[in-house]
Design a protein around this ligand. Structure first.
Ligand SMILES: NC(=O)C1=CN([C@@H]2O[C@H](COP(=O)(O)OP(=O)(O)OC[C@H]3O[C@@H](n4cnc5c(N)ncnc54)[C@H](O)[C@@H]3O)[C@@H](O)[C@H]2O)C=CC1
Ligand SMILES: O=C1[C@@H](O)[C@H](O)[C@@H](O)[C@H](O)[C@H]1O
Length: 337
């Protein structure tokens, strides 16, 4: 039984976990964070004390606590599936940061467990669906004023990534955002994916990371998407989405509010990171999630969406390993989605 204010427990309090806690406690109406768990016990216990909230002895303790109505999972990718399944076993609402799991089999298990609960309890952190730019693009595409969509040229660029970041992570952790938002934008399914590792790489990378990479995705309606993933581009956080139609081109502009004209040049800033670029999208995402949980009606990205994205990321990684295009097939979509 959830009271008027949703009591949230957070598992994994690193970069985005900390951002989301601040967001929930200072911006979002109808919810507050009441407890956390992180494997870095000493450090995060101190943080919990500073915030005046509970530090749980394990993720499992937090999930099963009667003082926690809903779980927010912001721990590392590899841990998501297990925590989501544990939350579903308690029939609790759970918001899981992307990816829902690191492979499609684990996502399929989550879908199966949620279907057994008979209703939607899971939302996945695909926040780009709440970005004003992508929402406007969707309306423009659906207006059909520019004819049919023929192809897309996209890029996902991060200024830099650490030594922990590896070749498959470019697909599983980074490209997964486009994989989700583009099929939502086009309302179309993917039929194949091909991963290309260009011979020429940046000097800024290391032995375990091929950077940049390219994914080529094909949809049922025959749209071809070229997606560049470049996680050490140095110059900023740069997200491109150019939609080529029969009678026009539609695209995203980086949200910025100022420019500087000086010395015969006109400069506009570029977002430095994902926190800045998608700030408003995260706020909207969380307010709508809290409203959805309080009204028992989740409408954001589901486990099914997490599964669809992971079928492509799994096939994309297979394509990297085999050096060939991989055809993809989805299982039948259950009626709760
Ligand atoms: N939607 C978005 O744009 C973004 C999503 N993410 C996703 O959020 C998740 C966290 O990313 P970051 O905050 O950047 O990573 P991070 O490395 O800064 O934080 C992860 C935290 O999880 C903790 N942790 C590791 N294993 C754990 C376990 N078994 N149980 C509990 N805690 C554990 C770590 O100690 C650390 O504090 C990732 O899955 C990432 O893909 C991250 C950044 C942006
Ligand atoms: O989700 C995110 C990170 O986990 C990922 O590592 C970055 O590449 C993305 O740009 C960011 O949005």
């Amino acid at each position: 039984m959830i009271n008027k204010e949703l009591r949230i427990g957070v598992i994994g309090v690193g970069a985005i976990g900390t951002e989301h806690i601040k967001r929930i406690n200072h911006k979002i109406k109808g919810a507050r964070v009441v407890g956390i768990y992180d494997v870095l016990e000493e450090e995060k216990k101190q943080l919990a004390d500073e915030m005046g909230i509970m530090f749980y002895g394990s993720g499992e303790d937090l999930i099963s606590s009667d003082d926690v109505d809903a779980i927010l999972i912001t721990s590392i990718d590899e841990t998501h599936a297990d925590y989501v399944l544990k939350a579903l076993a308690q029939e609790k609402y759970v918001f899981c940061e992307k990816p829902l799991a690191i492979d499609s089999q684990s996502c399929a298990k989550i879908v199966e467990a949620e279907v057994k609960c008979g209703r939607r309890l899971v939302q996945v952190g695909f926040m780009r669906r709440y970005d004003k730019g992508y929402m406007e693009l969707k309306k423009l595409i659906e207006s059909k004023s520019y004819g049919e969509v023929l192809m897309l040229h996209c890029a996902h660029r991060n200024p830099e990534s650490g030594l922990h970041y590896t070749t498959p992570m470019s697909i599983i952790q980074t490209a997964v955002h486009e994989i989700d938002v583009l099929h939502w934008l086009l309302q179309d399914d993917y039929v194949s994916v091909e991963s290309i590792l260009p011979k020429k790489q940046t000097k800024m990378t290391h032995t375990n990371l091929h950077d940049p990479q390219i994914l080529v995705l094909e949809t049922k309606n025959g749209v071809v998407i070229q997606l560049e993933i470049f996680v050490n581009c140095q110059f900023g956080y740069d997200i491109k989405c150019e939609v080529v139609c029969e009678n026009g081109e539609l695209g995203l502009v980086d949200p910025h509010y100022t420019y500087v004209k000086h010395n015969f040049s006109n400069q506009t800033p570029i977002s430095p990171d994902w926190q800045t670029r998608f700030k408003e999208a995260y706020d909207t995402e969380f307010q709508l999630w809290v409203n959805g949980v309080l009204n028992h009606k989740l409408e954001g990205p589901s486990s099914w969406d997490g599964y669809v994205a992971s079928v492509i990321t799994t096939a994309g990684t297979e394509s990297t390993n085999k050096g060939e295009k991989i055809k993809v097939m989805l299982q039948e979509k259950p009626s709760i989605y």
